[in-house]
Design a protein around this ligand. Structure first.
Ligand SMILES: Nc1ncnc2c1ncn2[C@@H]1O[C@H](COP(=O)(O)OP(=O)(O)OP(=O)(O)O)[C@@H](O)[C@H]1O
Ligand SMILES: [Mg+2]
Length: 251
């Protein structure tokens, strides 16, 4: 059975996609990444043009809603499987609004994937709408990437409220922790943010930080995971550490 891990934070640019994509690439187990964001950044990171995605997660869901079936057009790129996204996904929230089981559509679809993978990662949009709710309901574990700046702390309580709310519908969802991202250990603010996160969530819920590294930006623009683009970079090192930590935590 796959462990399903969702990367969520309503704050934009907190490192969800960077973590989800690069961690998926170093789990060394059968891993599926679902791009559940109409921005399709995980898709782009995997080197796929979203305009070429004719059958992504949106089309799967629409087929499922209309016919009870869907095609499996999972792509295999750099040793991971990915269900890509495109801009059509932006319409899903409205289309789902009147559907009774709207909070559990992704969960229903994923049932067929559970026995094919060790890990399923879900990258989500920077909002707390139906897409994110669906992703949380389909998951066993929640990871919240937090950019190390002051404003990132402000929205966190809302994120946790949503977690507690979803938890009543999906008691299986466990809060795995927060991952401080874009951390510069030389700066006071980075240290302060990490200390504050530890104070709020407890030491054990603050995972290894992902340090600031321009190599990550470069790797995304080349569509190559950091482990291949710059295997010796500090980002690649951090990503391997975080992956190990996750594997230990979800055992
Ligand atoms: N550790 C890091 N060091 C340097 N740049 C980073 C780091 N992590 C992420 N970035 C860059 O910051 C930007 C935002 O990161 P990312 O796209 O992963 O965030 P996100 O939470 O998925 O954003 P969105 O909410 O829009 O989906 C990207 O340009 C990414 O390359
Ligand atoms: Mg993203």
């Amino acid at each position: 059975m796959a462990e399903v891990i969702v990367f969520a934070n309503r704050k934009g640019g907190s490192g969800k996609t960077t973590l989800a994509y690069n961690l998926a690439n170093v789990m060394n187990k059968k891993t599926l990444l679902i791009d559940f964001d109409s921005q399709a950044h995980s898709t782009v990171y995997a080197g796929i043009n979203p305009f070429d995605v004719k059958y992504g997660i949106y089309e799967m869901i629409v087929d499922y809603l209309n016919t009870g079936k869907y095609q499996n057009k999972t792509l295999n790129i750099h040793n991971i499987d990915i269900i890509p996204s495109n801009q059509n996904l932006a319409a899903l929230e409205i289309e789902l609004a009147s559907y009774e089981g709207r909070n559990f559509v992704l969960k229903d679809i994923l049932i067929d994937f559970h026995n094919k993978y060790d890990y399923i990662f879900i990258d989500t949009p920077p909002s707390l709408g139906l897409l994110t709710i669906n992703a949380l309901n389909a998951s066993d574990y929640l990871l919240i990437p937090v950019k190390s700046d002051f404003l990132s702390l402000v929205g966190l309580s809302q994120m946790m409220e949503i977690y507690y709310k979803v938890n009543t519908e999906n008691p299986d969802l466990k809060f795995l922790g927060v991952i401080p991202t874009m951390v510069d250990k030389r700066t006071k603010i980075s240290k302060e943010i990490i200390n504050e996160l530890k104070r709020i969530f407890g030491e054990k819920k603050v995972l290894t930080p992902l340090r600031n590294d321009v190599k990550l930006i470069e790797s995304s623009s080349h569509g190559i995971p950091i482990k291949k683009y710059a295997p010796k970079s500090r980002a690649a090192l951090d990503i391997r550490k975080i992956a190990k930590e996750i594997q230990e935590l979800v055992k």
